[in-house]
Ligand binder design. Structure first.
Ligand code: ADP
Ligand code: MG
Length: 363
């Protein structure tokens, strides 16, 4: 899914490489911590995965694409398969929670009807239902990071990159965010999280890749790697409400299906064939049909070897039950694309063509 082959990165005007001969492979479905002190090269690694930068030597392969050969024109399509969150959240300050998340979909040309369904679902998934109309400054830091995570996930990426996502949060809130990331990973999304905070890493008992001065000094697959017992409870919390429970269960189930499904040629970003003018109060689609909106993962053939099956929530809701979530009326026109630097938000660039989005075969 992500492969670094003897990657060295030298920044212009610096003598010592930021990364030296870094070599690792992340399989589909893994949760990997990238740890190391400040300046050890963690963010440089994540930028290379996103193709925001190129290696000086060596090769980076992501989702089956050798990023050296990926044309600039195709980079935005490639990035749609990767969600990113950052330490500083990078929310649009004068947009509501709903608008911040909707923005990602609007940028890639999703229909209003699809946005009205997908945004409440992902907000429920991250535990933010009921806060759709708040502005970022009306939220706690942890809630703001949840918005950023929702925004990263709303396009159902195969990979989630998190660069010090708990760096601005207090310890208790950081644990909440870690639990959320673990839950997302349990649903099949590959997660790579950079952090200099070793505390979480030990608790999570997941794979740890450690950098020191740009050199990989540890790739610890042992000491609990693959042991999912350390993952915090996967059962949706009752206080999040029935809608959130149903949405989370549906998404987890869906992601499991995708993770184990044979490859099927499904067009990317299939959307419900509903009129854009559908009233916002239209009930969300049944959970089972949500699969048609998440085709991206299916384009990538299953990786060998398959990961252990994700833990199942204790009491999954029947998949045939509709997810009843009220979508607020929102004027998407207010989302103005203006002068916003999409790259800084972790949002793919606006594009006119939709079909040119092939990724794979994965290696
Ligand atoms: P980390 O995320 O682990 O703190 P970074 O990847 O940001 O580490 O940085 C690794 C090294 O590369 C540091 O020495 C940093 O100063 C240097 N570096 C990062 N980005 C640039 C850049 N754009 N130009 C020059 N040096 C850089
Ligand atoms: Mg960094």
């Amino acid at each position: 899914m992500i492969r670094f082959e003897h990657v060295t990165k030298r920044y212009r005007g610096t003598s010592k490489p930021a990364l030296s001969d870094v070599d690792f492979e992340v399989q589909r479905g893994e949760f990997v911590f990238l740890v190391g002190a400040s300046g050890s090269g963690k963010s440089s690694c994540l930028r290379l995965i996103l193709r925001e930068d190129n290696p000086s030597d060596g090769r980076v392969v992501v989702l089956g694409r050798d990023l050296r050969t990926l044309s600039t024109r195709k980079v935005p399509y490639f990035r749609r398969h990767i969600g990113s969150v950052f330490q500083d959240f990078r929310l649009l300050p004068n947009k509501t929670v709903f608008q911040n998340v909707a923005f990602t979909l609007q940028v890639i040309g999703s229909s209003r009807a699809f946005i009205q369904q997908a945004v409440p679902e992902v907000l429920a998934l991250v535990g933010l239902d009921g806060k759709q109309k708040r502005l970022p400054h009306e939220l706690s830091g942890g809630e703001q990071q949840r918005v950023a995570i929702a925004r990263a996930l709303v396009n159902r990426p195969q990979i989630l990159l998190a660069d010090e996502p708990t760096g601005n949060l207090d310890p208790a809130t950081s644990v909440d965010i870690m639990q959320l990331l673990a839950r997302i990973n349990a649903g099949g999304t590959t997660v790579v999280m950079a952090t200099h905070e070793a505390g979480f890493v030990d608790q999570m008992k997941r794979r740890v890749i450690e950098l020191r001065g740009g050199v990989m000094v540890r790739d610890d697959r042992h000491g609990g790697y693959g042991d999912t017992s350390a993952i915090p409870s996967l059962t949706p919390q009752v206080e999040k409400g029935a809608a959130a429970t149903a949405a989370l269960t549906a998404v987890l189930e869906l992601q499991r299906q995708i993770a184990s499904a044979p490859v099927q040629p499904v067009p990317v970003l299939t959307e419900p064939a509903t009129d854009a003018g559908t009233p916002a109060s239209t009930p969300a689609r049944p959970a089972a049909s949500a699969a048609t909106d998440v085709p991206a993962a299916r384009q990538t053939p299953p990786q060998a070897p398959a990961q252990a099956p994700a833990p199942v929530p204790a009491e999954p809701a029947p998949l045939t039950r509709p997810i009843a979530i009220d979508a607020p009326e929102v004027d998407l026109g207010e989302l103005g694309l203006g002068d916003i630097d999409l790259g800084k938000l972790g949002v793919a660039d606006r594009l006119d063509e939709r079909q040119d989005d092939e990724v794979g075969p994965t290696s």
